[in-house]
Design a protein around this ligand. Structure first.
Ligand SMILES: [Zn+2]
Ligand SMILES: [Zn+2]
Length: 218
């Protein structure tokens, strides 16, 4: 399926250690420890995210009902079926819904609302995290100094945005490795416009292999 990968954005707050400078916080954000922490954080969210596969959604049109069920209401919107059978879909489990209602439903879950018949999930199989980019948001005062990385931020609660990219892999042997990036930008700037420094380093293969074990979505 998607070779482009899955992108996850998370806003986090991080309390800097006493006497820390910006560079110390950046070191934390480019460590394997931080990467593992973020991965552990998103795994439950990924497992709870179970929309139906795009391939199944594309097929909904083909499951249009040919007759209007007389007595049934659509259990999603609780209103009666209308007279036009082409607005209705009869799933393989034989339950009928409005086309719009069931499409909306299946973009969030992978089960029939009536009998819990399971469809293929959009995210299924094994994934590897290939990129974790953490952007540290600095106050205008710190970001505007001549050497922002040497500014003291000890004890401060700092905001950061973490962007993770995951790709589906066939086996753990094909683990593509993970790149860790850290950027800083001022809270008054939009992150896209940020010309600020970024640092990049590959994650060790041992650390990458450890993260992979947590990422089977089953
Ligand atoms: Zn409906
Ligand atoms: Zn059903």
């Amino acid at each position: 399926m998607c070779t482009k990968g899955v992108h996850v954005n998370v806003n986090v707050q991080y309390k800097a250690l006493p006497n820390a400078i910006v560079a110390n916080v950046m070191n934390v954000f480019e460590s394997a420890h931080w990467a593992n922490f973020m991965i552990q954080y998103i795994v439950p969210h990924l497992k709870a995210y179970t929309p139906t596969a795009q391939a199944v959604l594309a097929q909904l049109q083909a499951w249009r009902a040919t007759t209007v069920p007389v007595d049934d209401a659509c259990v999603i919107c609780m209103s009666t079926m209308d007279d036009d059978p082409s607005n209705q879909v009869s799933l393989p489990c034989s339950h009928t819904f409005h086309l719009g209602c069931i499409r909306e439903w299946l973009t969030r879950r992978n089960t029939c609302p009536h009998c819990r018949h399971e469809f293929k999930k959009e995210l299924s199989g094994k994934y590897a995290v290939t990129r974790i980019e953490t952007t540290l948001v600095l106050s205008e005062e710190v970001a505007g100094s001549s050497d922002p990385q040497n500014e003291l931020v000890g004890g401060q609660t700092m905001n950061a945005v973490v962007q993770m990219t995951l790709v589906q892999i066939q086996t753990e042997a094909t683990n593509p490795g993970c790149e860790l990036l850290v950027r800083i930008h001022s809270e008054s700037q939009s992150p896209q416009a940020s010309p600020q420094k970024s640092r990049k380093r590959p994650m060790s293969s041992a650390a990458a292999a450890a993260t992979l074990k947590r990422l089977r979505t089953g």
